[in-house]
Design a protein around this ligand. Structure first.
Ligand code: NAI
Length: 699
């Protein structure tokens, strides 16, 4: 049982105890129901307090029960709340730390609520494409007022208990304890003080109106609708709260249930739930036990203070970890330092960072020109030029100076990590940490596991990535790792589409309509078209049979590298990021087509999207099969957090599952017939073909 029952004098205390956040799983719900039964049967008990052990009152639904029949098994949360409301003895919720989702709904079913200051209060279901399904949309507006309640339900954001307690007329909290420590004592005293009160107050009986009536809900819909395109849940939250103001409580509850069930079936909610679970699952590596002892990382060294080195340093400074940066020349250090300062100062100017915090962070940063200064640091991240000879020199130096047990990481984006590890006498301590640019902003971190990387090094860097607030995905060693290996196929399809009749703008628009943050050509301009150019030159010797459109090479020959040169697939005004279509580029593509004897054809947005997205999917299936990625959801997380894939589609793998793998394979067979395309590439990866044939999915 994950709830305990105790009696303190004439007060029964039911304590939820289901670590880590007292999720309301079946055994917790059963525990509450049994506790209530015991308390009601015991004549010596005058009132009941419900509270949570450890780090929360309750974080809501138990995510381990997501999608399992246990989540619905009786007593479900609504039934438990009914038991509380119908109790003949007063029930007091003693809330501390966290009351979210079902946890808050449970509290709203109690007769009274006493909260500790500093508790985070939220109904975050909207973030999973849902709404609160155990009366939250009906009871919170009654307890708190329509407007603040709607704000909380639509945003899903947490608000501190003491702030809510200050709202005029609120009935959410009858008391805020003097301190978190005194909550238990004060809740018991409160329960005693109301032990004889009858009738018992119920939130469901409170009035629920907004003075502006219908107009208010019209305003709310205009606001919410404008901000939530592609996400159906927020507007549905408005409907549910409106229902709370319109009719009987029971009718509102029925409306909430109906909306909840409909939202549960939307692809957006499936996608958001998939991401929620996928992000948590990404940190778990099959052969790395959760209790693996971690290495202590108290300080970090960074080699190279360029674009990446500076951004990486900021991540650690922000997390309060001292950083020592090394360069070969003082000028390079000065430049790197100035960029970091500039970034922070811009944040200070915008009011996003306090001057004192900025000073604190800069005080953690030191620089050096000598490797011998690094001997005391626990971890080093190399971010020097992408040349194997340079990496070799650096790792030999690191091997010489770093203390035993220090973690040696490389930010390489294309080089063979196993080879880099072999430059040292301690390949077990070497790992890849592939940050994305700008490294202080992008959430994704690919953790590259070498052949010999030790298990405790993997466990440690996963913990470090959490500390610096990155979403880490583990990749095996291969050219491009997970993300860039897939994007190469995506870019290749983009090129073929130009050859056949599209303009860059048409392709980008189609992909942006699909939901990508940026189409492939705008993305190329942002990253620098010269990067792909270098890769294609390398491919010409490494994989001569890989077919590419020549248009991107022609573009680079004109020096149109993208935003950094003010011109790429599009033109850019100085200091601006708006992509302006360029007639010369379109003509360049047309001339190329003519020279190849290609008659352009009209290509639908649907074909554009399918070819680009299924190119990601087929390559990803190879990546899964080769064991480069541990699971399909890791690939989805990688694409959502690193490549601007729309969260409401859940990532390329979930998208393929939703389309149906049979249909995906059929489309690939069709694309293979296209002489301008790459028939070899469109052979479905064996894993994909197998899953499709068996009617299965990736996830
Ligand atoms: P960058 O050219 O901006 O910076 C490299 C820095 O390393 C320069 O400041 C240079 O002075 C310094 N450096 C070169 N050799 C050195 C040595 N032997 N000892 C100490 N410092 C040395 O390059 P960037 O873009 O920061 O890339 C660095 C690494 O990060 C590369 O491996 C690259 O592939 C990888 N990377 C780059 C991304 C990007 O978008 N720019 C994304 C992900 C990874």
């Amino acid at each position: 049982m994950t709830a305990h029952y105790q009696v303190h004098g004439d007060i029964a205390v039911i304590t939820l105890d289901n670590p880590p956040v007292n999720g309301l799983g079946l055994s917790t719900r059963q525990g509450i129901a049994q506790g209530m039964e015991q308390a009601l049967a015991d004549a010596a008990v005058a009132a009941i307090v419900i509270t949570g052990a450890g780090k929360a009152f309750s974080g809501g639904a138990d995510i381990r029960e997501f999608g399992s029949p246990k989540a619905m098994q009786e007593p479900n949360l609504n039934s438990v709340i009914q038991v509380l409301e119908q109790s003949s003895k007063p029930v007091v919720a003693a809330i501390h730390s966290v009351a979210m989702g079902g946890g808050l709904e449970l509290a709203l079913g109690c007769h009274y609520r006493v909260a500790a200051p500093g508790a985070s209060i939220a109904l975050p279901e909207v973030k999973l494409g849902l709404l609160p399904g155990a009366g939250g949309t009906q009871r919170l507006p009654r307890a708190l007022g329509v407007e603040p309640a709607l704000n909380m339900i639509v945003s899903g954001e947490a608000i501190k208990s003491e702030m809510l307690a200050m709202l005029p007329g609120q009935q959410l909290f009858q008391k805020i304890s003097a301190s978190p420590e005194s909550l238990a004592e004060e809740a018991l005293a409160f329960a005693r003080s109301v032990a004889a009160t009858r009738p018992l107050p119920l939130v469901r009986n409170l009035p629920c109106k907004h003075p502006l009536g219908d107009a208010y809900f019209q305003f709310a819909r205009n606001m919410v609708g404008g901000m939530s395109k592609n996400y159906p849940a927020p507007l549905k939250c408005v409907d549910a709260v409106e229902a709370a103001t319109k009719g009987k409580f029971e009718a509102g509850m029925a409306k909430e249930r109906e909306i909840f069930i409909n939202l549960m079936w939307t692809s957006e909610s499936r996608a958001l739930r998939h991401l929620f679970l996928g992000e948590r699952a990404a940190s778990k590596i099959p052969d790395v036990p959760a209790d693996t002892p971690l290495r202590d990382i108290k300080s970090v060294a960074i080699i190279g203070a360029g674009t990446m080195g500076g951004g990486i340093a900021m991540n650690f400074l922000n997390a309060g970890v001292p950083v020592k940066m090394l360069e070969m020349k003082q000028e390079a250090l000065d430049r790197g330092l100035a960029t970091i300062r500039g970034n922070y100062e811009a944040q200070v100017k915008k009011g996003k960072l306090k001057q004192a915090k900025y000073d604190e962070r800069m005080a953690l940063l030191s620089t050096t020109l000598s490797y011998d200064d690094l001997s005391g640091t626990d971890m080093v991240i190399e971010a020097v030029f992408e040349e194997i000879g340079v990496k070799e020199a650096v790792f030999k130096e690191l091997d010489r100076v770093m203390k035993p047990g220090a973690i040696l990481a490389s930010n390489t984006s294309t080089l063979d990590l196993n080879k880099i590890a072999s430059f040292t006498k301690r390949p077990q301590d070497v790992v890849g940490l592939h940050f994305f640019s700008p490294a202080n902003v992008m959430k994704l971190l690919e953790v590259v596991r070498g052949e010999k990387t030790a298990i405790d090094v993997m466990a440690t860097v996963m913990a470090v990535s959490k500390k610096i607030r990155k979403t880490a995905v583990v990749s095996g060693v291969c050219d491009g790792f997970i993300g860039n290996r897939m994007i190469e196929q995506y870019g290749r399809q983009g090129g073929f589409l130009l050859d056949e009749g599209c303009t860059p703008e048409q392709v980008d628009k189609a992909m942006e309509k699909f939901g990508m943050a940026m189409g492939p050509f705008r993305m190329g301009d942002l990253a620098g078209n010269d990067i792909g150019w270098a890769i294609r030159k390398r491919r010409a010797t490494e994989r001569a049979n890989m077919k590419y459109s020549k248009t991107a090479d022609l573009l680079c020959e004109k020096g149109r590298f993208g935003q950094k040169t003010g011109a790429g697939w599009y033109d850019y005004k100085p200091g601006k990021r708006d992509a302006i279509p360029n007639a010369e580029v379109v003509k360049m593509i047309e001339d190329y087509r003519a020279a190849q004897g290609i008659t352009p054809r009209k290509i639908s947005d649907e074909e554009i999207v399918q070819r680009l997205v299924f190119a990601l999917v087929n390559e990803a299936a190879h990546i899964l099969e080769e064991g480069i990625a541990n699971k399909a959801s890791d690939i989805d997380i990688c694409y959502i957090f690193g490549y601007g894939f729309p969260p409401y589609r859940g990532g390329p793998m979930l998208y393929a599952d939703e389309v149906g793998l049979f249909n995906v394979v059929q489309a690939m067979h069709r694309f293979a017939q296209n002489p301008r395309d790459d028939a070899e590439f469109w052979k479905p990866a064996p894993l994909l073909a197998k899953l499709a044939a068996e009617g299965k999915t990736f996830n």
